[in-house]
Write a protein that binds this ligand. Structure first.
Ligand code: COA
Length: 143
């Protein structure tokens, strides 16, 4: 099951934060801001949660940046990877961004995930790598 929601759905947001903590902080050693930050409180931010057998297994969000939407906090529980969940999250977020009128969709990709995003139509912007949540990311975009 795929759910799209905004900041007012506190119960679903808590499940997304649990996945972020497990994947980014516990597994990858990222900063605690990976769990929640100011962009989560924005009216225009949308979240996705993918559930399997009643359990939340993957999440992601889009935040509005001018006429573009930026994908972020994409995480799938380790035991659930390689089953197409990440692809569902990105496709759902892109569809939602398009519905909201995005002229462009961007993502800062962790370096190991660059081929994952390339498979889903993203290309490097040519900008240099940036550090987010304590991890190096490559800016990518999809028109
Ligand atoms: N390198 C190359 N290809 C990859 C890949 C990787 N690291 N991860 C997935 N793919 C490919 C898959 O083989 C699949 O290809 P196919 O359609 O040809 O079969 C396609 O991308 C979709 O894979 P999917 O099973 O949907 O991905 P996933 O559910 O395993 O999720 C991540 C991918 C990156 C979200 C997941 O590995 C993850 O949560 N990692 C830890 C958190 C993280 O790094 N998030 C990204 C932040 S930018």
């Amino acid at each position: 099951m795929i759910k799209i929601f905004d900041k007012n759905d506190k119960a679903e947001f808590a499940k997304a934060v649990d996945i972020r903590r497990t994947v980014f902080v516990d597994e990858q050693g990222a900063e605690n801001t990976a769990c929640t930050d100011g962009d989560d409180a924005s009216d225009s931010t949308r979240f996705v949660l993918v559930c399997r057998d009643g359990e939340a297994v993957g999440t992601g969000r889009i935040i509005k940046l001018g006429s573009a939407y930026k994908i972020g906090r994409v995480a799938v529980l380790e035991s659930e990877r390689g089953k197409g969940t990440g692809k569902i999250i990105i496709e759902t977020l892109c569809k939602e961004a398009k519905r909201l009128g995005a002229a462009e969709i961007t993502v800062n990709a962790q370096l190991h995930a660059v081929p994952f995003y390339e498979k889903l139509g993203f290309k490097p912007t040519g900008e240099k790598e940036v550090c987010e949540i304590g991890i190096i990311h490559l800016p990518m975009r999809k028109e």
